[in-house]
Structures are given as structure tokens and as C-alpha cells.
Design a protein around this ligand. Structure first.
Ligand code: TXA
Ligand code: MG
Length: 313
């Protein structure tokens, strides 16, 4: 590992600057979680509305305890099982967490990313990092440093470059209430895997009782119009326009088709989906057509993102 770039990133963060950090899910726009004026720069650069709380990234489990109050046994069991990894847990916050992190809520979202460079960076710092996905608000999360340059150009903060993200989809967010565990965002860890750990506890996907700030209907959207089709044969209706068709594990090989899950491997698709959107946004298309993957495992996360990508503003 190149020590110098990690040292540089650490120094910038100590000085209250932003740094783009790699994670296994997507690149994050990081700041010192205890420095409200550094965090304000994230909102400004992303054009992110206030009232949209941030995830705190920690490097070791013991760092959790000063940030939260009364974590439950189950929450700790989930953290021990899935961290470092694409799982974010929502806890009761302690008073050390600044209001700007939680958007004034009594809860705080925390995860430990599974990326060696970012873990080495966190190890050098005596504060945790807040890091939203590094995209401009409502655009696609970046999964490669090239995506950052496209969005921010010369205003892009220093990037701790670790190439392509392993998972390519954001973390799964789980919160706990008296009624049980709730999934606030489907993500890189399929709900099935979490349910296996939680045993009898039911994971509700859309708990009406819970406010999920920041989960806008149109989110993760490319600039090019996206349309979901239900059958491959519908693609022929679009033969007169300039389109690409994204599929997930079909046997066919049509013109204009981009197969994201060869042999049905949805992890491959997760890794490549956002990069494909960034690529297609550069290619002056009229339309991106999508035939959905099966709605199971990581397919649930992919379908959630595809639905959002296809929402018109
Ligand atoms: O994979 C990820 O989670 C990436 C990488 C960089 O770690 N981060 C990420 O952050 O996706 P962001 O800010 O783009 O999305 C965070 C989501 C938002 O929808 C926000 O509303 C939700 O987490 N969130 C944050 N704090 C919360 C809280 N206390 N209660 C409920 N939801 C919360
Ligand atoms: Mg985001």
C-alpha cells in the first residue's frame, strides 16, 4: 500500500478538507465527523439538501461505543458478523455526534467499510469520517475515480484512488425499533443474509412508521431517460431510436444489448451497473431500456435502483 497518499488524505482531513475515499460499495465524499464546518462542505459540493443525514464510517468496533447509546445485543451481533462490509446500522446517538451529521435526529447511522486503504486511513485518524456517496445529489453513485472527475472536474477533492469498487451498490441500511428490524435501504448485503442472522425477527422492507430521510424516489438516476420493459420482444418497438438495452442473465444476444450478469451472476451486475450508466450517459443515447433481473437476493437491490433510475423528475 502506498503510505504517502494515505498520509496526504489524513492530513487534508485533519485540516478540515474533504477527501474522496474508496469503499467496497461506492466512493464516498469524506470529512471529519466531529467538524461541522468540514461537513458543511460536503452538503455544498454535492448540493445535498439539509435534513438528509450522513453515515459515520469507523475503522474498529471499539470506536462505535462513544458514538452510540445502548446498542442492542442483536445490533452488536450484526456488526460482528457483517463488519467490515456493506451494512449500515442505525443506533441511538450519543451527545458527541454533531447535529449536522444526523440532521437533528436522535439516531445515527454507522458502518465499517471493507476497503484496506480506507481502513488504513481511519487507523491514522483520531476521529471517524462521515461519507455520503460522492455523487452530486440524485445522480449515480461513483464506483470508479473517473466518475468523480466527470461530476466535479477541477473542483474534485483529493481522491484516495483504489480503482473499481468491489460491490458497486450502496450499503444495506438496517434500523431497530420496538417492532423489530427494518430495512431502510436495500443494498450490497441481500436481506436474506441478514434474516439468516436475525433468526425469527422479521425484516420489514417498507416500514410506514419510519421516516427515511434522503430516500428520494428519483435517486441514482442517469441523465439519459431510462425505461423498464417486461419482455425482450418489446425492444423491437424502439428500433428507430438510438438506445441500449441492459439485461441480467438472458441467453439472447441482440443488437444494442449490454448483458450485465453473464451466467446470471448478479454480483457482477451490481459491480457494473453504475459504471454502465456513467458510460452510457457519455454516449448521446435517446433511451436506456432495461429488462429487470429476478427479484431475489441481490436482485431486490438491483430492482430498487432500477425503479429509482427510471423515475422521471
Ligand atoms: O455504501 C454506502 O453506504 C455509501 C458509502 C460511501 O459508505 N454511503 C452512502 O451514503 O450511500 P449516502 O449519504 O449517499 O446515503 C446514506 C443514506 C441516506 O439515504 C440517509 O437518509 C440514510 O443513509 N441515513 C443516514 N443516517 C440515517 C439515520 N440516522 N436514520 C435513517 N437513515 C439514515
Ligand atoms: Mg447517496
Amino acid at each position: 500500500m502506498r503510505f504517502k497518499e494515505i498520509e496526504k488524505a489524513a492530513q487534508l482531513l485533519r485540516e478540515g478538507e474533504l477527501v474522496v475515499i474508496p469503499t467496497e460499495t461506492v466512493y464516498g465524499l469524506a470529512a471529519n465527523a466531529f467538524d461541522p464546518s468540514a461537513i458543511q462542505k460536503i452538503y455544498d459540493l454535492k448540493k445535498r439538501p439539509k435534513g438528509n443525514p450522513l453515515i459515520i464510517h469507523i475503522g474498529k468496533l471499539e470506536d462505535l461505543f462513544k458514538l452510540v447509546r445502548e446498542p442492542s445485543k442483536m445490533q452488536l451481533a450484526l456488526a460482528e458478523t457483517f463488519w467490515p462490509g456493506p451494512l449500515t446500522l442505525v443506533f441511538n446517538r450519543s451527545s458527541i455526534v454533531p447535529d449536522i451529521v444526523t440532521a437533528g435526529q436522535e439516531t445515527v447511522a454507522i458502518r465499517m467499510p471493507n476497503n484496506a486503504k480506507t481502513l488504513a486511513l481511519l487507523d491514522q485518524l483520531d476521529f471517524p469520517l462521515v461519507a455520503p456517496s460522492a455523487n452530486p445529489f440524485t445522480y449515480i453513485s461513483p464506483t470508479h475515480p473517473d466518475h468523480l472527475k466527470l461530476s466535479y472536474g477541477e473542483h474534485c477533492p483529493f481522491i484516495l484512488d483504489d480503482g473499481e469498487c468491489e460491490v458497486g451498490l450502496e450499503s444495506t441500511i438496517i434500523s431497530e425499533t420496538k417492532e423489530g428490524f427494518h430495512c431502510l435501504r436495500q443494498g450490497g448485503i441481500p436481506i436474506k443474509d441478514i434474516e439468516r442472522k436475525l433468526g425469527e425477527v422479521i425484516v420489514t422492507q417498507k416500514p410506514s412508521a419510519i421516516v427515511t430521510p434522503g430516500m428520494h424516489k428519483k435517486h441514482y438516476s442517469p441523465h439519459t431517460k431510462v425505461k423498464i420493459i417486461n419482455d425482450l420482444s418489446e425492444a423491437s418497438n424502439f428500433k428507430d431510436i438510438n438506445y441500449k438495452l441492459i439485461t441480467f442473465g438472458t441467453k439472447n444476444k441482440l443488437d444494442h444489448q449490454i448483458e450485465l450478469a453473464p451466467n446470471g451472476d448478479l454480483r457482477q451486475a451490481g459491480k457494473r451497473l453504475y459504471a454502465t450508466f456513467y458510460e452510457l450517459d457519455k454516449s448521446d443515447l435517446d433511451l436506456i431500456l432495461i429488462l429487470r433481473p429476478p427479484n431475489d437476493g441481490l436482485g431486490l437491490t438491483l430492482n430498487d435502483r432500477l425503479t429509482r433510475a427510471s423515475q422521471q423528475s
